[in-house]
Design a protein around this ligand. Structure first.
Ligand SMILES: Nc1ncnc2c1ncn2[C@@H]1O[C@H](COP(=O)(O)OP(=O)(O)O)[C@@H](O)[C@H]1O
Ligand SMILES: [Mg+2]
Length: 196
């Protein structure tokens, strides 16, 4: 199953992350891919907010693993493997301890390298820039029922905000079901939380 949508602002991307926590469980792992600055960390900061964390998520460009405690036993695990080049390096970072832990919400940026080694059902989320950042392209299909099945909401824009293309892709029944629920939630809140 695949959900494609367009984010028009960093607030949108963050809110999307918060909403995602409605289907994100503490046994789950998500892999976030896409160019630097495309919005992966912004999405995860929304997840942190949705999970009730008060502190700001640091961008772990130097730290490979950041662990945030949620209550007494759950954790949000934010991994960024941008600087790692081999599977060994990734495994040495200790990610497996969390991936196979039922109390850890695991979010991995640049995790493609361990895709094949993960023995869990993971969800992939890809973030990308719009090459042409005007109102052409995917936007035209919004609400028309043709083309990519995207959600497009009007949000207040400032000049730092840009469009991003976000794609959720699952290849297992476990995540297919969750994405279906997520899609229903998205349709419901359309004009609410995304008008930040
Ligand atoms: N629609 C958008 N979604 C997410 N971030 C956006 C958007 N528009 C502009 N930005 C900006 O792009 C940057 C994204 O940074 P970040 O989330 O750290 O990217 P990544 O983790 O993918 O490298 C931030 O500076 C953010 O303010
Ligand atoms: Mg990042």
């Amino acid at each position: 199953m695949k959900i494609e949508l367009i984010s028009k602002s960093s607030a949108f991307t963050r809110n999307l992350g918060s909403l995602f926590t409605r289907v994100f469980s503490s046994q789950d792992t998500i892999l976030l891919s896409g160019e630097l600055g495309a919005g992966k960390t912004t999405f995860i900061s929304g997840i942190a907010k949705g999970l009730g964390l008060k502190e700001n998520l640091s961008s772990p460009s130097f730290t490979i693993l950041n662990i945030y405690r949620i209550g007494s036993k759950k954790k949000l695990v934010h991994a960024d493997f941008y600087r790692l080049n081999t599977v060994d390096e990734v495994l040495n970072a200790g990610i497996e301890d969390y991936v196979y832990d039922n109390n850890s919400f695991v979010c991995i940026e640049w995790g493609d390298i361990i895709r094949e080694y993960l023995k869990v059902n993971f969800l992939e989320i890809n973030f990308s820039y719009f090459l042409n950042n005007d109102s052409s392209g995917l936007d035209n299909s919004s609400g028309s029922g043709t083309g990519p099945k995207d959600f497009y909401y009007n949000v207040a824009e400032n000049n730092l905000d840009q469009k991003r293309h976000i794609v959720f892709r699952s290849s297992n029944i476990y995540w297919d079901k969750k994405l279906e629920t997520f899609q229903t939630l998205l349709a419901k809140i359309k004009n609410n939380i995304f008008t930040a």
